[in-house]
Design a protein around this ligand. Structure first.
Ligand code: SIN
Length: 196
């Protein structure tokens, strides 16, 4: 079931002032930067892992056939590498629309490298949201992604672009790279079946 978190995020917004805010991106926010920012830095947050466990009814799937996109799941000791953007609070109006299918803004501690830390915000789709799909084996997630598409394009592009962006960041993410490997195998099998 799809969900709309725009109103909840507006109410949650504790950054109504003018001071710039750090936003941590770990999914499409790493590679699809269609919003203005003041500064961008590779960053990480602790005790979270990236998982393709969130349904996408509005970007990489449809209400009838949701795709799969990433969210963060708590895991003590884990490190999640992504990209931090320093933005003005006004930009959240645009981002809340983009992330409206289940993502809420949470405060988090960001590690900006060189020992620098900052308070920031991160969009997380928790398991309480109606669009949450939950865990599945990586091969099954890859099959699901291969078959899904939505207004923002094929679900496979989301996965392949995210995996490429993580490699550029030198971020080894076994879950994402495993799903990617299964998808690449699947596409190769489809191509050879189509060509024979
Ligand atoms: C994020 O990228 O930080 C949130 C999830 C997404 O938009 O893919």
């Amino acid at each position: 079931m799809s969900v709309d978190t725009r109103e909840a995020n507006r109410r949650l917004n504790s950054h109504a002032g003018q001071a710039p805010v750090w936003l941590f991106g770990y999914g499409s926010l790493i590679y699809k930067v269609d919003f203005p920012y003041i500064e961008r830095r590779a960053a990480c947050i602790r005790h979270w892992v990236r998982r393709f466990w969130q349904g996408s009814h509005d970007h990489r799937g449809t209400p009838e056939a949701p795709g799969r996109v990433v969210t963060l799941i708590r895991e003590p000791g884990a490190v999640c590498i992504g990209m931090a953007y320093l933005i003005t609070p006004a930009v959240f109006a645009q981002l809340d629309v983009r992330e409206k299918n289940g993502y809420l803004r949470f405060a988090t501690q960001l590690d900006l490298g060189n020992g620098e830390q900052a308070e920031g915000l991160v969009y997380i789709a928790t398991e309480e949201n109606a669009a949450f799909l939950g865990p599945a084996p990586e091969a099954e997630i890859a099959r699901h992604i291969a078959a899904s598409s939505g207004p923002s394009g094929p679900n496979r592009d989301y996965l392949l672009q995210l995996a490429a962006a993580l490699r550029e960041l030198d971020a080894h993410d076994p879950h994402v790279f495993d799903v990617e490997r299964h998808l690449v195998d699947l596409l190769a099998r489809e191509r050879s079946a189509g060509g024979s």
